[in-house]
Design a binder for this molecule. Structure first.
Ligand code: BES
Ligand code: ZN
Length: 960
């Protein structure tokens, strides 16, 4: 799910590399943690109620009825031999799984999806009855649960080890999951095929029968057969290659460390690589298709730097001898952290100095930082179950911030982190949001957990906690957590426990907590002495959905604080408001600064209301210092007026991130009916003098959102006046932009965004310059390099003529740079001609010129175009079954397509249409959580317009 964001990197994703401006108790068994949810054995259950059991494909009773596997048999080691045939596009394979039987059993249940099982047998050194090579076992299959059951002739005995051998085969998958085929075109025009895996969360079972749950960690020894024109890669380094009869080669890889199935990976391809060595001696290589070799160097530099950083920061060596990062031509998401063999979408790894912009660089660096963080958070320590996927994804997202601040300070990534939080607040302030830790049972529900709540909110509450505990204490805590749970699984409470008991010998403990010296004097310690339980506090952020609103009222020298649940789209006057508030309460670590001191004051708001006393008289107070807290602040009474006056008189008295936070909160409060739109707009009037680019861009983003909303609804008077206002008011910023790649990262971001907006608004000098650059580019036959930060706007202006559009499409086909292709595709999607937009969709569906992996971003972009919104939506409705053949329900692309083509609707008719469509899908058995989120978003848009359009109209008349 994507959210508008200004900086590329704050959006997870694919959107043309995204910087579309708009955006967009465990029992420890020999070192294994197993949680059993069953009190009686399955056999007992089966004897009690045979009808409660499913029927296998052959008509027999399948001995297991749960989605989760039984914990009676656990895997210890897998031997895998895989032979993909890249000509016939299928693979044959065999495996031996060494298992430990914990309780006597008559069957072994494991996962398998779309695999043809050729033979299964069982042997055991420890059980005399099974010492001889076994006969074939009978195999039952229950596809609804993606499980198979192996029935054994004689009951397996407790505490003995057995070896299960299975031969199987399948086609290489057509989509993007399991063991699938991917193709690319060489410079010479030849189409080549590679075979690659992508398993998370539940697709390892498509490649080999396995115990496909994160808790079942095991060691893997992998062998791959290939032709000599190919290479094979896997998690571990190759130990040897043997030549087989007929010239086939068989690569043997070292045995892995103990790991979950979803992290297993292998690739057969003809890629080339660049390599380097990290300080610890780990060999790092970047692989790409041969013609893209020249784009791999930045990734090598970044991954070496980041690997060094993490080994040092976590004080834990990266445990494998090598780390490969591979650019895959067809990839559903942005990247995947397979241990030792990280796979990426090409645009998330490759950097082409000639065509990649600042935001492309930021994106690549951020994705590498994210996936490398997973080598510890996720791979070394894994969540027990998918309900806590935030322990992987929230942490990896948070570590992007920590690592990039140190390794790439020049990218000024820190200034963008607030946007990571703002993106999820939009969604978390709807009633249809969900807690960070959420139930997930089916494969679809598990996939749906990979959303902004797990990623962004996860990262934001970790950042808030770090700010509260101090960076040093937080770091010690996570090191303790990583060390304690290495090669094992963990849950939320394990994290809280490690964070609150992290006193190293040398530290002095106080009340069960210890804090860095710098904080010993702060209020934090006092509060913690009062026995603030970290676990209790964090439960309010992880087990409860939503975001709190802190209402501040200044009465003389006291501050009255009140917390409530923040709900956008529902105002206090609405009848449902009361019920929606019931039982919500957070432990909020609030911070504030005042006009009378620069100090950061701290307090934990645990009650609904509280009072703070100020030591001095102050002119203003600003809560949520640097926007580090996950809460919105409303200033009651004269509060907002005081702040608006302050911003207009001397905005530099507030810190840049505080200014950014005020703009964000003001517009959020408008959606919740707590602040009138004219107040929020008045607040933006200081922006003419704003020197902090993130704050300026935030203000512009909200104004552009308003513009796009009224433009889509054809409210022409308001559209025209808003356009005039934007162009007049921001003229100084627009006119001072150069059309060259120069300045800091934020200068360059500002240039891209401001010029794109100016040209979108038809600002004559902008159109003129862009047209000139576009003609020069066309005349040079695409050889001239357009400055990378403005190439998107130049192409978009060029795409408005038929000749320009056609030329761009030709260049799209020819380009070897994914970054460049994304910019061109975006430009093509801005055409005002429906037939051109339709042509793009057709090309995307065909999957040749425009790859299927880019279809979701394409539909998303077309839906942002006022001329394309209806077209994209109609297309999705009419081609739903076709789309589901390309992407799994619940997958990232499907969710992006549905929300991308509907969430901007703002009329009752549109709402009804979307409702009807979702009803029809539900009737066919397709349901997604985002349906509810979308309906709530559209209803919110409708209400917003009804309420605020008159105010906007009036404000513009007075102002312009
Ligand atoms: N573990 C995920 C990949 C993934 C995504 C698996 C969705 C299953 C479902 C990976 O670490 C990831 O988060 N990738 C992001 C990019 C990242 C920089 C935010 C993605 O693919 O969007
Ligand atoms: Zn991730």
């Amino acid at each position: 799910v994507f959210y508008p964001s200004i900086m590329a990197n704050s959006c997870r994703k694919l959107i043309f590399n995204i910087y579309i401006v708009f955006y967009c108790s465990a029992v420890i068994m020999p070192q294994i943690c197993i949680c059993s949810q069953f009190t009686s054995s399955p056999i007992d259950q089966f004897n009690k109620d045979p009808k409660a059991f499913p029927i296998a494909t052959n008509g027999e009773i399948f001995p297991w009825h749960e989605l989760r596997l039984p914990t009676v048999v656990i895997p210890l080691h897998y031997d895998l031999l895989i032979h993909p045939n890249l000509t016939s596009l299928d693979f044959v394979a065999s495996e031996k799984i060494e298992v430990l039987v914990r309780d006597a059993t008559q069957f072994i249940v494991l996962h398998s999806k779309d695999l043809e099982i050729l033979n299964a047998s069982l042997q055991s050194e420890e059980d005399v009855r099974y010492r001889k090579p076994g006969e074939s076992l009978s195999v039952l299959s229950y596809p609804a649960h993606q499980q198979i059951a192996l029935l054994v002739p004689e009951k397996l005995r407790a505490d003995l080890r057995y070896s299960v051998a299975i031969d199987f085969q399948a086609k290489l998958a057509d989509g993007f999951e399991g063991f699938y085929k991917s193709t690319y075109r060489t410079l010479g025009g030849e189409t080549r095929t590679i075979a690659v895996t992508d398993f998370e969360p539940t697709e390892a079972r498509m490649a080999f029968p396995c115990f496909d749950e994160p808790l079942f960690k095991a060691n893997f020894s992998i062998k791959i057969r290939r032709e000599s024109r190919h290479i094979a890669l896997s998690n571990m380094p190759k130990v040897k290659t043997i030549e087989l009869e007929g010239g086939l080669l068989e690569d043997h890889f070292e045995t892995t460390v103990k790991m979950s199935t979803y992290l297993v990976a292998y690739i057969v391809c003809d890629f080339t690589s660049v390599s380097g060595t990290a300080s610890s001696g780990v060999k790092v290589s970047i692989y790409a298709s041969p013609d893209k070799w020249s784009q791999t160097h930045y990734a090598l530099e970044a991954s070496l730097k980041l690997l060094d950083f993490y080994e040092n920061y976590f004080d834990i060596h990266y445990p494998l001898p090598k780390l490969d990062l591979v650019a895959i031509p067809d990839f559903a998401s942005g990247a995947m952290e397979n241990w030792g063999l990280v796979t990426y979408r090409e645009t998330s790894l490759l950097f082409d100095p000639k065509t990649s912009s600042t935001s492309d660089k930021l994106w690549v660096t951020k994705v590498i930082a994210h996936e490398l963080a997973h080598q510890w958070f996720g791979n070394l320590v894994t969540m027990e179950w998918w309900n806590d996927i935030w322990l992987n994804e929230g942490f990896a997202t948070y570590m992007e911030l920590i690592s990039l601040n140190i390794t790439y300070p020049e990218l000024q990534f820190d200034d963008d982190f607030s946007n990571t939080c703002f993106e999820v607040i939009k969604r978390d302030s709807l009633n249809s949001s969900h807690p960070i830790s959420n139930q997930a049972k089916t494969a679809i529900q598990i996939k749906e957990m990979f959303d902004a709540v797990s990623y962004n909110k996860g990262a934001c509450i970790l950042n808030m906690l770090k700010d509260f505990l101090s960076e040093d204490t937080f770091r010690k805590g996570i090191i303790r957590y990583l060390k304690k749970f290495s090669y094992r699984n963990a849950k939320n409470d394990d994290l809280w426990h490690s964070l609150s008991n992290n006193c190293l010998e040398s530290d002095s403990a106080s009340g069960g907590f210890c804090y860095s010296d710098s904080k010993k004097t702060s209020n934090t310690l006092t509060f913690l002495r009062k026995n603030v339980e970290l676990k209790e506090m964090m439960a309010t952020w992880t087990l409860q959905k939503g975001i709190p609103l802190v209402v501040v009222k200044r009465e003389g020298r006291s501050l009255r604080l009140q917390q409530e649940r923040f709900l956008s789209g529902v105002s206090k006057e609405d009848p449902e408001w009361g019920t929606l508030q019931e039982r919500y309460l957070w432990h909020i670590p609030v911070t504030y600064s005042t006009s009378s001191s620069h100090a950061i004051h701290r307090h934990i708001l645990k009650l609904k209301t509280d009072t703070l006393d100020l030591s001095e008289k102050t002119d203003w107070v600003k809560f949520n210092v640097d926007s580090n807290g996950y809460y919105i602040v409303h200033y009651d009474g004269q509060g907002w007026d005081e702040l608006i006056t302050l911003l207009n008189q001397n905005h530099t008295l507030l810190r840049p991130k505080d200014r950014l936070g005020l703009i964000h909160d003001a517009f959020q409060l408008v959606s919740a009916g707590r602040l009138t739109l004219d107040k929020a707009l008045d607040l933006t009037r200081y922006l003419q003098h704003e020197t902090s680019i993130p704050a300026l861009l935030k203000g512009l983003e909200y104004l552009e959102l308003l513009y796009r909303m009224v433009e889509r609804r054809n409210i022409s008077d308001v559209t025209e006046n808003l356009k005039l206002y934007l162009l007049q008011y921001f003229k100084p910023v627009i006119d001072t932009q150069s059309w060259v790649d120069e300045g800091s990262v934020w200068d360059r971001m500002l240039r891209s965004i401001v010029l794109k907006l100016a040209c979108y608004l038809n600002h004559a000098p902008c159109i003129h310059k862009a047209t000139e650059l576009f003609s020069q580019w066309m005349e040079s036959s695409g050889k001239l390099n357009i400055p990378t930060d403005v190439s998107k706007v130049v192409y978009s202006v060029g795409a408005q003529t038929t000749a320009g559009w056609n030329y761009l499409l030709e260049q799209y086909e020819l380009s070897l740079s994914g970054a460049e292709k994304n910019k061109i595709l975006y430009a093509l999607s801005t055409s005002k001609h429906q037939e051109k937009l339709m042509k793009l969709i057709e090309l995307g569906m065909e999957g040749k010129v425009i790859k299927t992996q880019d279809l979701a971003a394409l539909l998303f972009a077309i839906a942002r175009n006022p001329e394309g919104q209806q077209l994209a939506w109609n297309f999705v409705k009419e081609n739903w079954t076709h789309l589901l053949k390309k992407f799994d329900l619940g997958s990232f692309p499907i969710r992006m397509i549905v929300s991308g083509t509907t969430s901007d609707f703002s009329s009752k008719d549109e709402l009804q249409e979307v409702e009807l469509f979702f009803e029809s899908l539900k009737a066919q058995g397709s349901h997604l959580d985002i349906f509810q989120i979308i309906l709530e978003t559209i209803s919110k848009n409708i209400k917003w317009l009804e309420k605020n359009l008159p105010t906007l109209r009036k404000w513009l008349l007075i102002t312009t």
